[in-house]
Structures are given as C-alpha cells and as structure tokens.
Design a protein around this ligand. Structure first.
Ligand SMILES: [Zn+2]
Ligand SMILES: [Zn+2]
Length: 306
C-alpha cells in the first residue's frame, strides 16, 4: 500500500506544484488505484507517475472547489478512449453528479464504462468491501467538505502449512479439518490441534485523507490512531488568522490534530502558492516542533505504508 501525491498546491498551480490529487496505490492488495481529489492536470500527473487510468476503481472527492475537482472531466473521458475499462465509482458532495453530467453533455462526450456517482450529504460509511471500510465525516471549510478514513480489515490468521510439513504431518486427508481449526488424530497416533498451527492476525492499516478544513473534532476523529494522516497546511503559523478566515489550517494546527488523534505519521499538503519548494524545510520544522514524525508532500512524493 502506497500514497502517491500528484498535486500539492493550494488553490492554484505553480511551476513547482500541481493542484490537489492523491493516489492510494492498492495494486498489491487488490490491483486497483483509488484517487482522492482530482485537480486540473491530474491525468497528466498520473501519466508522469506511471499510474494507469485503467486501474482506477474509486474516486473520492473531498469538496467541490475547483482545485480539487477540475481534473475530473479529463480523467473520466480519457478513460473512455481506452478499451474495456472497468466500472468506476465516484464519491463526492452533493452537486458532483450535476457537474459531471453537465460537463459530459455540453462537451458531447460519453463514457464507455459504467460510472456510479454517490453523493455524500452527511457522515457515513461510503464503502465496505471484503478488505476495506471507508467512512467520511464533515470538516469545517467554506463549502461542504469531507474527510475520509480508510481502514484495512485485519487479515485473519492462516494455517501454517510449512510448520506442519516440518513436523512431518501428512496434510492430505487432514488438511481441510486442520484449516478449520479442528483437532485430528494421525495414523501414527499423534493428536494435532489445528488452532495451534495458525499464524498471527495481521492488523490492517489505517489512513486518513482530509479535505480543506480549519481544526475541528471531525478531523481528530477521522485520524484517530491512523498510520498516516494527510492534512492540509495551507499557511505557516504566522498567518493563522488569514488561514482560518479562509477555512484553512496552518502547520501547527495540522500538527496539533496529528498529536490529538495519536496519528503515527503526519503528511502535510495543500501548500499555499506563496511558498516555494525551498521553503519546505522551514514549513515542516513548524510541524515537527509539535509533532516530530511529520513530512511535507511535494508532487510525486511516495510513501510506503507497510
Ligand atoms: Zn483547496
Ligand atoms: Zn477548498
């Protein structure tokens, strides 16, 4: 599981940063990519990052501001130029359906694969499959805005076949019963308890990817005990009034959310265009004063979540 940042600028592109988009790479887990926000130019960034549009399974939009949204028509319609595209689900605040339908109709475009659009109006479980649960909660921004919490389900323990083999347990006839955790008697008289041969439960990973917000309880709840929290930090803390007035957080405020939620790692993104990449060190220093395990995202920054 990996996070790949495709755009890390707030509001508008700069020569160094594109606007918001993050890919959760689940190729290893389910041969799929999940996209969180889709600012203008996202399909180009995916191409540069060698991420295939064909592997997109779900797109989650935090809110309908253009810097998080305007890349969607391109991503959706380019996908239609490719053969045999898999179905896609798009989650986002109310209005996203009208936006997509209008753009497609007005531009004489069409989709060649099934697109399901699910509009979000309140905190809910947006997805629950055999591997993941994704929930969302309402953040505090100038427009309806959501944060997403992605929880990988624990992997159930499996029968340790290698250990059974090393103890010369013939697997043939007994295998199915041992797999169910039952006890069997072997021909040589040994009694084997299947339960004693199960490996460990592998705890699933937890990630929170939040949209634009001022500090709020929902942010803390979404990020509770996550392995990685992705939080906006539009401004340095000296501009706290300006940031909060516009519905945004500062470095220190993002770090406080990470601290209060017992996050393991904080990654800040959505950096104001006033800053250059050369300011990264001084920006992230502010977070680290309060929450040491912090990093600042740049475009194409990748984080392994293992
Ligand atoms: Zn934004
Ligand atoms: Zn916004």
């Amino acid at each position: 599981m990996k996070l790949i940042f495709l755009g890390t600028s707030a509001g508008t592109i700069t020569v160094e940063r594109n606007v918001s988009a993050i890919v959760l790479d689940l190729v290893k887990e389910r041969n799929a990519l999940w996209l969180f926000d889709c600012g203008e130019g996202t399909q180009h960034q995916m191409l540069k990052a060698k991420l295939s549009l064909a592997k997109l399974e779900h797109i989650f939009i935090t809110h309908l501001h253009g810097d998080h949204l305007f890349g969607l028509p391109g991503v959706l319609t380019t996908r239609s130029l490719m053969q045999n595209m898999s179905p896609l689900t798009l989650f986002g605040p109310k209005g996203i359906k009208q936006f997509i339908e209008t753009v497609i109709n007005i531009s004489y475009s069409w989709l060649t694969y099934p697109l399901t659009i699910i509009e979000i109006e309140k905190p809910m479980t947006v997805l629950d499959n055999e591997q993941f649960i994704v929930t969302c909660d309402a953040l505090q921004h100038r427009v309806p805005c959501f944060g997403y919490r992605i929880v990988e389900k624990d992997t159930m323990p499996k029968l340790d076949v290698d250990r059974l083999r090393s103890e010369n347990v013939p697997l043939g006839p007994h295998y199915a019963e041992l797999k169910l955790g039952k006890t069997v008697q072997l021909e040589d008289g040994r009694i084997i308890d299947g339960k004693a041969y199960f490996g460990e439960t592998k705890p699933g990973k937890k990630i929170a990817i939040l949209g634009d917000t001022i500090p709020c309880d929902a942010a803390i709840n979404l990020a509770k005990n996550v392995d990685v929290l992705v939080h906006e930090a539009t401004q340095k803390h000296e501009l706290v009034d300006k940031a909060n007035e516009r519905g945004h957080s500062t470095t220190l405020q993002a770090a406080s959310i990470a601290q209060q939620s017992c996050t393991k790692k904080l990654i800040i993104t959505h950096i104001s265009p006033r800053y250059r990449l050369s300011d990264n060190a001084s920006i992230i220093d502010e977070c680290r004063q309060r929450f040491p395990n912090s990093d600042i995202a740049t475009d194409f920054y990748r984080v392994d979540i293992e």
